[in-house]
Design a protein around this ligand. Structure first.
Ligand code: C5P
Ligand code: MG
Length: 160
């Protein structure tokens, strides 16, 4: 009988000036962006942690310390690809990914398909197995005040 695993990931990045806003591997036009050591792709970081979590492989900071200069400004797709490789080494295959990005503005819905396509390509999944949802924080709290962006991800793994 197959073994199934669920993994949960969450991330937050500050919003600031003079930074790109890269979410799900897609550059979002905005006059502000996400701050961080890497490219600060909050969505890819949450998915990376969900993958690592499902296989009990620790978390993103354990594998890619933000004190390490080799990860400065790096494309977060590399973190995700690495986590997928570790999960596969443990004998798991990825079934699906469901995510939510919480950001007050700009609106992201026009970028849903490119984000899903990018995540699906990185993970080697069919488009139908990758879900990306968006929410505002209703103007409440740091996300609602436009000071940060958050992302949540859940993945399912199967060991045949
Ligand atoms: O947060 P709220 O429920 O008001 O969001 C309404 C809709 O706006 C969501 O269904 C989502 O698709 C979209 N949205 C978006 N970009 C955001 C936040 C929400 O496209 N940054
Ligand atoms: Mg992060």
């Amino acid at each position: 009988m197959s073994e199934y695993r669920t993994g949960l990931g969450w991330d937050v990045h500050r919003i600031g000036p003079n930074r790109a806003m890269i979410i799900g591997g897609i550059t979002i036009p905005a006059d502000f962006g996400l701050e961080g050591h890497s490219d600060a792709d909050v969505l890819l970081h949450a998915i990376t942690d969900a993958l690592l979590g499902a296989a009990a492989l620790g978390d993103i900071g354990m594998h890619f310390p933000d004190s390490d200069p080799q990860w400065k400004g790096v494309d977060s797709a590399r973190f995700l690809e690495h986590a997928l490789g570790l999960v596969r080494e443990k004998g798991f295959e990825l079934i699906n990914v469901d995510t939510t990005v919480i950001l007050e503005r700009p609106k992201l819905k026009d970028y849903r398909l490119p984000m899903r396509e990018r995540v699906a390509a990185i993970l080697g999944l069919e488009l139908d197995r990758v879900s990306v949802k968006f929410k505002t924080a209703e103007k409440v709290g740091p996300v609602g005040e436009g000071r940060s962006a958050e992302a949540q991800a859940v993945v399912t793994l199967r060991k045949p």
